[in-house]
Design a binder for this molecule. Sequence first.
Ligand code: ADP
Ligand code: MG
Length: 655
Amino acid sequence: MPPSIGRNRLKLHVLLAYRAGPALQGARHVTTATETRKFEAEVAQVLHLVTHSLYSHKEIFLRELVSNASDACDKLRFEAIGKPELLGGEGELHIEVSWDKAARTITVRDNGIGMDRDEVVANIGSIASSGTRRFLEALGSEQKADARLIGQFGVGFYSAFVVADRVTLLTRRAGSAPEAGVKWESDGRGEYTLEPATVPERGTTVVLHLKEGEDEFLDGWKLRSLIRKYSDHIAFPIRMPGETAGKEGGEAGPGWETVNDASALWTRPKHEISDEEYRSFYKSLGQDFNDPAAWTHNRVEGNQNFTTLLYLPSQVPFDLLMGGRDERKGLKLYIKRVFIMDAAQELLPQYLRFVRGVVDSDDLPLNVSREILQQNRQLERIRGACVKRVLDLIEKLSREEPEKFAAFLKAFGNTLKEGIAEDPPNRERIARLLRFASTRGEGAAQTVSLDDYIGRMAPGQGAIWYVTAESHAAAAGSPQLEAFRAKGIEVLLMYDRIDEWMVSHLREYAGKPLRHIAKGELPLDEAEKKKQEEATEAARPLLERLKRLLGERVEEVRVSARLTDSPSCLALDEYAMAPHLVRLLREAGQPVPESRPTLEINPQHALVRRLEATADDAQATDLALLLLEQAELTAGAQLADPAAFVQRVNRLLAA
Ligand code: ADP
Ligand code: MG
């Protein structure tokens, strides 16, 4: 189709939309009447789940609303860098939490950025983030889910409906007139109303009308303890009516007091911060309500001054599990205590995308944009420091807390392996952290490091040997292992999908080459070489016959030095792709270079002997193909013709 047709279609579309416009626009721009709208289908679904399935940890609604208020203050502070007048008039950015026992309401208010009408519709009535679908998927399977889940998916606002059957939101965008305010209200059952409102102060007020039975939250002590528990590290003051202001918290009197810590934790000296504070700060970063596995907090002073506080999660966060590599969150960039942006992409390489935390620079310009960041030399140095700190931290964990380290590797080991290819300067450091199953270990759980392996290499063993396969069982069952077992040489068993790709970038470690047991020639000593040559000489007629019988299916047939018990195996080219991988790629519809395998046989094996003794070429062909197909199967390749294979086996069994 020529491109012009597509473009005309598009034009037509725009034209139609425009014609239909007046009616639509009429609805959208009436600013004097109350308008009732339906939630987007997905929001309605989220709300349904929230009100019907979330039972435990209901109290997180407060954390979510306070977190939104804090985001709103962050956003205003950031916008005010270029437009200081936005901050005018109203003093310090802060958050207020109050309650009214008689009206049975809880109110969370901030003097942050606020929203205009379109923003309310876009941010509250519909769902921009892709988190929603994931939230629905994650929750759809569980009957009574934990409300703590909600904040991780960018749907935190709706947690209000866990405890409230009506929510009223009043908001005014910073910089606009009081009459330009908006009132939004909903019972969370599919519809909401919007109407213009006069809002005297900028920012957002959220009023929760509590459901029956949720009165425990109408209590200053309770609310205060929840703020201390979940929101202590919010960097803006959270104020509540003080003891002096009377029992009821509805009246904004003179007696407001700050109930949270409100300092940016990372700016305080390390020795003054308790582990508990570090942990709760981690949780306040959002996304993960579990304790972190470890953290590292550092201040760099010199040419450039910056602070890093970096955490390793203890479990795979949802965004890493379900999200692509492109939506990365979790590392916040601050400049002189002002939150600038989530800059995980700029501050950490992909293979460390599980890291969470804060970087605060004293030197970067406050008006920095993402584009500028990407080629900023100072940032380059901060990034280098972050990578170093994280690798130091993982090393420390491996030395000092083996159990936590094992859990960490289980969760993030495969992500870390990407670094072998992605970060050549740190390749050796990353490789040192990896653990592999081995022929010395019992089962998949017992793993070794490359250093362990080298430490117990046999005398004269020049290489680190490994095999790749699709599963631990397939790797441990590789026929090529037989000769290594016989000689007592340890072999690493690699069976994660990423391993084949990873080792192709890890040609050596600590000066020792890494070699696949099925690839290339095995190093043999003089005696073995001699034996091998004699065996080949003796088997010459058999080898030639096999090559003739198998024809185009094989590149070459030779006597194996790798086998003791099995009749046959495949030998691969030094740079050939492992057969199980070829199969996976084919299944995924990827182009795979065609290559013919080399078949190795064990002349001592009864099956090979039987072939040798079979004069009938038809039956010998069955046996020859079986030798090849067995070898292909154990290597994880796909049979070219499974039906023919089965018929062949049956013919031989019945013979
Ligand atoms: P998230 O905070 O992860 O984006 P939420 O469901 O908590 O998801 O909030 C949705 C959006 O609503 C926010 O991204 C923000 O744009 C808007 N919002 C919520 N609360 C406020 C507030 N107090 N001030 C300004 N905007 C807000
Ligand atoms: Mg939120």
